[in-house]
Design a protein around this ligand. Sequence first.
Ligand code: SAM
Length: 244
Amino acid sequence: MVNVHIHQFAGSAPVDAHAMEQFQKQWASYQKLVDNDYVSHREVGDLLSRALNERFAEPFAILDIACGDASLMKRVLPETKVSHYHGIDLAEPALELAARNLEELGFAVDLDRRDFVAAMNDRPEPADVSWCSLSIHHLVIDDKIRLLRAIRAATNNFVMIYEPTRREGEDRPAFLDRFCAVNRPLWKELTTEEWNQIESHVRTSDLPETRSGWIDAGRQAGYSGSRVIYTDPTDMFCLYRYDV
Ligand SMILES: C[S@@+](CC[C@H](N)C(=O)[O-])C[C@H]1O[C@@H](n2cnc3c(N)ncnc32)[C@H](O)[C@@H]1O
């Protein structure tokens, strides 16, 4: 039997009832995107699985930055040689879901309730692989590069990130308008309230880069290679691989 440990860190405030209610509302909408595969989690999970099995015939450790409920890892990791999973997320309720998703899977699990920027600058030992999906794009470009540099220092082999991506020459307002025009009719299972909440979040918080922007960020962060390995059918999300 393998235990799941959730660690709290100084500065992580307790979850109050209002924060919990907000989290549950937002998470329920996000969960619909995942369950209906609206943002291609299935395909990127398969690509992560393939990359892990091509590289690791021996036990390895994986770091999942902004892990959420770790549902992708629940599907991917049992088919690999993983021996240790470390998930970091700021939201305690997400970590509780992750703990449930990852219990009894036969590998060690540590979950840290922490801001990922602070966590990446304070890593005791590197992981073999790091993964981050749909979470870095809230940072401005200089902070993205700083974070990617810290992830490189904390990783032995390769890093994969899955992030919203503008077309070359497409500015942020044009991306946001395309995001809404394309996804509103596709994401049929969302209620109007759920769509409005996601649209408002994306319009206020998302700072997607272009493909060349994400690749250049990897170069500036010191990776030996940076490339796109998948673009989703809407041409709005790309999976990148950065080799250490
Ligand atoms: C859109 S979800 C993605 C979850 C998961 N990676 C996936 O692909 O399904 C974004 C996650 O990032 C977490 N998050 C956002 N900012 C964070 C930060 N500064 N430090 C740690 N986690 C953060 C949120 O709590 C949330 O679980």
